[in-house]
Each structure stands twice: as C-alpha cells, then as structure tokens.
Design a protein around this ligand. Structure first.
Ligand code: SF4
Length: 387
C-alpha cells in the first residue's frame, strides 16, 4: 500500500480536502495530515466530515497531547519517539506512550511508531554508545553503519516492547533515514528482531524527482525483494499541486518489484532473492556525488518558495556534481535547524529569509534571492579545502 502526506496547511480545509481527494484518486491507501494545534484539530474534524471514507493518519508532530482530540477523527496516529520530549519534559516517555495507546485503543485507531534519523530519541542519541550521527556526511563509516542506526533501532524496539506490555497490538513501525544504505540496514535489522511487526518504508528527505525517486528505490527495492515492508512512501520535494507524483512513483516501484518477482521466483528462491536485491536498483546508481536532501514539505512549510528554492539550489550547484558533499534544504524553522545539522551545508526556510549553515555552525539569514550566491561561495570554499 502506498501512502503520502498533505503538504497543505491543515487549517486550510478547502486545500487539504482537495489534496486528500487527489491523493486517494491517485491510489493512496493512506493519507497523512499533520496536527499541531487545536485549530488543526478543528480543521481535521471538518476534513474528516468531507472525506468520510479516506484512510486518514494524523501526524502528531511534537504535541502528543492532541491525540485525545484527533483519535476520534482518524484511522491511525503517528508519533515520533524523539518528539515525545517536547511537552511535559518531566513526564516519563513511557507514561506518554501509555496515554497514546489508551486513546488509540478507545477510538479503534492504529498507531505508527515513526522513528526518524533527524529526531532520534535524545536518550539514545546522547548516551555514550549512541553519539548520534554526528559524523560528517562523508565520514569513513561504511554505508549503512553508524551509531544512528543503532539508536533508531533500539528506540523502535523499546517502543514496541512497551506497546506489547501495554497489550496494544495495532501498531506498525517506520525507521527512516535520508541515506538509502542506512534505511536498508536499519529495516533489515528490525525485521530480523521483530518479523511480525508491520513496517512502513521510506527514505526521509529524499529530495526532488528524479533523484528522490532513485534514492527511494535504492533503499526500498532490496527490502521489498526480501519480503520486508508493508506500506511505502516516496517522499518528494514537489509543489503541492504535484503531490500525486509520490503515489505514482510508489505504485510504479511496487509494480516493477512485483514484475521482477514473477520473473525471478521460478527457480532457487534464496538465490533469486539475492539476485533481485542486487540488480533491482542498477539503473539508479548514477546519482551525482553531490547529494541534495530536501524535505517533502508539510503543513509547517514557512514559505511557498521553499520548493522553488530547492530546485534553484540543485541548478546552482550542478557544477559541483562530482564532489561528495551533502546540502540539506528544509522547509521550516521547527525541524529545519536540527535536520540540517548533519549536512555539510544546510538551508532552512523562514517566512521571509533562509538560514544558511556550515555543519552545525549558523552563517546568518539571507533573502531567498541572496542566499544562492552565499551558498555557492561556501561550496567553493569547501571544495577548495577538501582538495
Ligand atoms: Fe514539514 Fe518542516 Fe519537516 Fe519540512 S522540515 S517536512 S516543513 S516539519
């Protein structure tokens, strides 16, 4: 099953209803909507009234307490273990999960434990064993390795174990990273430990098409070929009106995997699994070394110009395609600052300006027009420094 998420303001009921209907018509099995405030919850009630049969999932973002308001309106609640720390810091996360499980159970909602590389549970991230992925984007760590994988995996396993103890069974898990190799690694490890738990697969901040589709295929095709994964999303940085491209790309990928399965699964099953996993992404290995990661935008995006900015960054940096450098472009001030930390150069958007960073170091705020020149200057300096 393929899913997507509305990029409209949740409070803009007309636009959100239209997007839900477009995504469902395109074949979305689940449509996710963000709820960040009581106003969003009121809007969600109207969206539900106007989309009675859509399979709606709500993204609680940082405010887990809103679950009580939204559970009667939706089919699934998605929470991020790393975001449970933002409200009521003194309350143990276990109590918060109990609250979520109670509310979901009362209203017959499913839960997704949505673990994300950019906001891993801080208790895991900063323990001596889990120093996060604080290494530069091109550190010597082998693909798919790194303490961030362990932190994500352990966070997911802890939450599963608690939900099991609470007797809540209608849950699934997602483990998303912007690096396809780490998505493969962490999902393989999780599936080996908890094969019975449904997995939602995706590459977070995959970026613009076609690169975003290629990265997602690179990660998801081997997993799907191994029988790992129950729902998928192809997160793409596209204008709101083109959000259906996520569904089209996801459906195409599933059709391609299915076709290959039919072709391969006639002989030695084990051998064919391996062959397919190796071959499935062959056409997609031609990604440039310069890696642009960008968020798919959501109701929090600060300025409609964000998607255009991401596209302009790609054009303006094409000359550096052969340099192994990561540039992150994020759409809001809530997650932007943290989720650009691991990139070599980061841009996160405010309503009127774009904040530029070198690693974790802020370099200042620039207008949407000025920022590209400054970005190129930083990029040139980085290339010169690395030789
Ligand atoms: Fe939404 Fe901000 Fe995440 Fe982009 S970075 S998807 S705008 S929360």
């Amino acid at each position: 099953m393929v899913q997507s998420m509305c990029a409209t303001k949740t409070t803009d009921v007309e636009a959100t209803v239209a997007q839900v209907q477009q995504l469902v018509a395109a074949g979305a099995g689940i449509v996710r909507i963000a709820a960040d405030s009581r106003r969003d919850c009121r809007a969600l009630a109207e969206i539900r009234r106007r989309c009675p049969s859509a399979n709606l999932s709500v993204d609680l973002q940082e405010n887990y307490l809103l679950a009580a308001d939204v559970a009667p309106l939706v089919d699934k609640i998605r929470y991020n273990p790393g975001h449970l720390y933002h409200h009521q810091r003194e309350r143990p996360w276990q109590d918060k999960v109990r609250f979520l499980a109670d509310v979901a159970g009362e209203h017959d909602c499913a839960i997704r434990v949505g673990v994300n590389c950019g906001s891993v549970d801080p208790a895991k991230q900063f323990s001596p064993l889990h120093l996060g992925d604080g290494h530069p984007a091109h550190s010597p760590l082998p693909p798919g390795e790194g303490p961030g994988v362990r932190a994500m995996l352990e966070s997911a396993l802890d939450h599963c174990e608690l939900l099991d103890r609470l007797g809540f069974v209608r849950y699934c898990v997602s483990l998303k990273d912007s690096d396809p190799a780490r998505v493969v690694e962490v999902n393989r490890r999780f599936a080996a430990r908890r094969p019975e738990v449904p997995l939602h697969l995706g590459v977070t901040e995959a970026g613009m098409p076609p690169e975003g589709i290629h990265k997602t295929r690179e990660a998801l095709e081997p997993l799907l070929a191994e029988g790992i994964g129950d729902t998928i999303r192809v997160s793409l940085t596209v204008p709101t009106a083109r959000k259906c491209e996520e569904i089209e790309a996801g459906r195409q990928m599933l059709a391609d995997v299915q076709k290959r399965c039919q072709n391969y699964f006639s002989a030695d099953m084990k051998h064919q699994h391996v062959s397919m996993a190796k071959n499935s992404s062959d056409p997609f290995f031609a990604l440039p070394k310069l890696n642009i990661i960008s968020c798919p935008s959501c109701s929090r995006v600060e300025n409609e110009a964000f998607v255009e900015l991401a596209m302009r960054v790609r054009e303006a940096t094409r000359y550096a395609a052969e340099h192994p450098i990561t540039i992150a472009v994020m759409g809001c001030r809530v997650n932007g600052p943290g989720e650009t930390d691991h990139a070599d150069l980061g841009l996160w958007c405010g309503p009127k300006s774009v904040n530029l960073k070198r690693g974790t170091t802020p370099l200042g705020a620039f207008s949407y027009n000025e920022v590209l020149d400054r970005l190129k200057a930083e990029l040139d300096e980085l290339i010169a420094r690395r030789g």
